[in-house]
Design a protein around this ligand. Sequence first.
Ligand SMILES: [Zn+2]
Length: 242
Amino acid sequence: MTEELFREDATALECEASVVSVDERGIVLDRTVFYPLGGGQAGDAGTLRLADGREIEIVDTRKDKERPGLILHVPASGSETTALQPGQPVLARVAAARRKAHMRFHTATHLLCALVSHPVDGCSITAGYARLDFHMTEPLDKDELTAGIARLVREAHPVRHRWISEAELDANPQLVRSMSVQPPRGLGRIRVLEIEGVDLQPCGGTHVANTAEVGAVVVTKIEKKSAMTRRVVLGFAEPAAR
Ligand SMILES: [Zn+2]
């Protein structure tokens, strides 16, 4: 298992780690701060710095589907990784601006869930935009949702995660808002994300610590994606992070 440091502390952007394995799909470390694509949230990018100062650029992070529990750090094409050996120490460093954008947008999607009381049937969170698909037929109002998000940001609600048992989740099925993503089973515990007084649901992603840190997020578009789906697209009011 790769130790998933990002689950406990989303603000940690750097860690020392050891190489476990290297193949054409990516580099596995014994522990990492890199979030792998999942739950709609994009994978992290960043660098792995070797003891001699060389850096390997990481362009994406994925769960290893063939080896559950392991996380693949995907190097930029043409990277020199053949010299990497199991056991070798590296300094893993997440690209901060991109991750911060993911954290702000991801937290904003929870605020949106609190404002729209319909099941979610799709979600995508990137550094440039986020979108959430709601299973519903009624129209949604762009300005009303933007104002609702702004209010929850202004109210500065604390955001925190905790772990509950699978039995606790089974006793509270209303916690699961998403039709498309079910929380991972079989680990004995489920991570839930609580925005105090606003939203509570299973989530493994990275979030800011207070809704105030979401900042100026606005609804840029509402689309009728299908007869039963309304898509809400979020953007930053300031120029996008690079
Ligand atoms: Zn979340």
